[in-house]
Design a protein around this ligand. Structure first.
Ligand code: CMP
Length: 136
């Protein structure tokens, strides 16, 4: 049975800054993801805090929000069969040092904070995150 899904992807400031956006978008396309919508934006700190509110009790929350709002990001709606899980596989482990060979974070990530890409962790959060950036 088909399970066409959408997920939210962010190319984070470390990757945008190094001009890796086009290369990373090409990796998604090569792995059968369709980029349904995309935009390049810069968040205010309070917007990053809202986006990452699920992490607000974590010790790294403030630094995480400062970082995500530190430069331009590219946000995208990706679509394919099993998009949520397949995107997480393609990204690899959160910490680039632990990410598997061939994953985006292994190839491009520089640290657990500057790990180049974000992807929704569930279909439920994908809907919330897509609405956050693309609902008018
Ligand atoms: P992301 O998938 O965008 O979701 C939350 C982010 O918090 C994560 O990627 C990491 O970049 C960042 N982060 C920083 N420190 C940690 C940590 N100790 N554990 C998990 N995530 C962390």
């Amino acid at each position: 049975m088909s399970n066409l899904e959408q997920t939210l992807s962010i190319i984070k400031p470390d990757a945008v800054e190094r001009n890796l956006s086009e290369e990373i978008k090409q990796v998604f396309k090569n792995n059968d993801f369709k980029i349904l919508k995309e935009k390049k934006i810069k968040l205010e700190k309070h917007e990053a805090e809202k986006f990452y509110q699920v992490h607000q009790s974590k010790p790294f929350y403030n630094d995480l929000c400062t970082y995500l709002s530190s430069g331009a990001i590219v946000v995208m709606i990706l679509e394919k069969e099993n998009a949520v899980l397949d995107n997480r596989k393609l990204m690899g482990a959160t910490d680039p040092l632990k990410a598997e060979n061939g994953t985006l974070r292994k190839k491009y990530g520089v640290s657990i904070d500057k790990n180049s890409v974000h992807g929704s962790d569930s279909t439920e959060n994908a809907k919330i995150e897509i609405d956050f950036f693309f609902k008018n």
